[in-house]
Design a protein around this ligand. Structure first.
Ligand code: FES
Ligand SMILES: [Fe+2]
Length: 393
């Protein structure tokens, strides 16, 4: 159980909110680069409660501007692409990718008014077929070159989920929810007569969590006929997950649209022979709805099952009403990590998992091999137990 104020602190992401200020320190994917084309050169996107427009100018530079024109608020998503910027369709004010107002056709040739105008702009970078935006204070950290996005020895694919109708933190908490896979995926598949969940039906002998440079690695040991220690799954701070098993190595981002909606991006890498130029231009799968025509969740895939679990908690789960158990200790740890890092930012510090040294940003891999130290993230856990000892058994 959390207090209402802690719940709000962790979940609200609008400009100036504690979690919003923290999340703005990290590059966030906003769309696939192939979603911008000559026919559709702009795309309106809402990220962390801010209405934005992403575009590519005629010289090939990517830009991200506040959607509403600084003049009188018309949407720049309907604007005209020009060599050096984006022109508002209403009265023709033109903006460069960095938000400078370049022209105001009806203000007179001698007018210097445009020098006073600045359209809010955010830097954009392209990597692995995704466009990322940085919405925090300057200087921006480096955009991390996650292995899944940049390895050249295999094939790449992107998936864009339908909008998730709930707060981002409900999805992110799931990244450290080790045991849900047994019921939500293993049992659900079995009870529906589908294959694919057997792996998770094995008894879980033990599991734990370790603090890492990038977040928390969760590990799990299965018993039964085929005892196995699984590779660790890194939950990457603050809103990502790296899944190292299965044929596809995957990376998930849970990008808040606003407090009640989330955009999930998935990037997959299949080691082996490269297939075409999927490194720069991966195929993009826009996933269809996880519900049937009556609005009932299909529950026939892990994504549909997870979506049901997250959305059915409500648009923004009221954590004052929850009852955490011992098996929720990963969730308690993630919350603690978030609250600590929110405080770091509030005190003017640099939060964890930011990269500024280019020599460390060639290829970011995760050490998830067996034999990893097993000691759990004891101080934080005990600290959290002390905070919430009445609810964690
Ligand atoms: S509202 Fe954009 S130019 Fe007038
Ligand atoms: Fe899941």
């Amino acid at each position: 159980m959390l207090s209402a104020s802690a719940n709000e602190r962790l979940t609200h992401i609008g400009p100036g909110t504690p979690a919003g200020n923290l999340l703005r320190r990290y590059w966030q994917p906003i769309c696939a680069s192939s979603e911008l084309s000559e026919a559709k050169p702009t795309k309106p996107v809402t990220v962390m409660g801010e209405s934005l427009v992403v575009f590519r100018d005629g010289s090939g530079n990517y830009g991200c501007l506040a959607e509403r024109c600084a003049h009188r608020g018309c949407s720049l998503a309907y604007g005209f692409i020009e060599e050096d910027g984006l022109r508002c369709p209403y009265h023709g004010w033109k903006y460069s990718v960095d938000g400078k107002c370049l022209e105001q056709p009806f203000e007179g040739k001698a007018s210097r008014y445009k020098e006073k105008i600045r359209q809010l702009s955010y830097p954009v970078e392209r990597l692995g077929g995704l466009l990322f935006v940085y919405m925090g204070p300057s200087p921006a950290p480096l955009l991390p070159r996650w292995d899944v996005l940049v390895r050249s020895d295999g094939a790449h694919k992107l998936r864009i989920h339908p909008v998730l109708n709930c707060n981002w933190f409900q999805a992110q908490e799931n990244s450290v929810d080790t045991v849900h896979t047994h019921f939500l995926h293993g049992q659900m598949m079995k009870r529906k007569g589908l294959s694919g969940g057997e792996y998770y039906l094995r008894p879980i002998e033990s599991y734990g969590f370790e603090l890492s440079e990038w977040g928390i690695v969760k590990w799990r040991e299965f018993g039964g006929d085929k005892p196995e220690r699984e590779k660790g799954h890194p939950a990457v701070f603050p809103n990502m997950l790296r899944v190292p098993e299965g044929p596809w190595h995957a990376f998930h981002w849970r990008v808040p649209i606003d407090d009640y909606h989330t955009q999930i991006f998935w990037a997959g890498f299949l080691p082996g022979e490269p297939i075409g130029n999927t490194l720069d231009d991966p195929p993009v799968v826009i996933l269809p709805s996880f519900k049937d025509e009556d609005g009932i969740y299909l529950l026939d895939s892990f994504q549909s099952q997870d979506t049901m679990a997250w959305e059915s908690e409500g648009p923004l789960f009221d954590r004052t009403r929850e009852h955490l158990g011992a098996s929720d200790r990963g969730i308690a740890l993630w919350r603690k990590l978030m609250l600590d890092q929110i405080e770091v930012v509030e005190n003017g510090g640099e939060p964890m998992a930011l990269l500024r040294d280019p020599s460390k940003n060639t290829l970011i891999t995760f050490d998830v091999s067996e034999g990893q130290a097993r000691n759990e993230f004891v101080e934080v856990r005990e600290d959290y137990y002390a905070m919430e000892s009445d609810v964690i058994k």
